[in-house]
Design a protein around this ligand. Sequence first.
Ligand SMILES: [Zn+2]
Length: 162
Amino acid sequence: VSSGSNTGKAKVSRDLAELAPRFREAVETAIAACKADGLDAMVYETYRSPELAAAYYARGRTEIPPHATVTNAKTNLASWHGYGLAVDVISRKTGWNKPEEWFAKVAEHFRAAGCRWGGEWKMKDLPHFQWGLCKPSPSPRALELHALGGKPEVWKAVAAAE
Ligand SMILES: [Zn+2]
């Protein structure tokens, strides 16, 4: 999901404490490796609330401009962001305004730390990284586990927590 536009009352969270413990460690490792490699990568967004997911979904649909939609995730639980298992990473200095090669370099460090990159998808999502043991998108099983025990229940299932 890209920047700009208003998100109503919903706020973007970049709090690493909202991530699954092992995923958080991986993100911190990758960001440190980026820094050592001269890449000014920073985490822009971590956990995504239902309100913010709804605001993103409205873009290009009920809220125009933009004319193109920015996400197909109708609720926060349709994306790993809603489970604390995904982050969006941008440049500290220039935000989203970086070439694909820059994101690909960042992705090497995230891959080494056990994460997957949205830049590998057919519908490329360059700033997006998620826990490597997650499926590309949350399955019905993830929803069930979430209903049972919230985020920690899902974290256990994908070995992102004890
Ligand atoms: Zn994302």
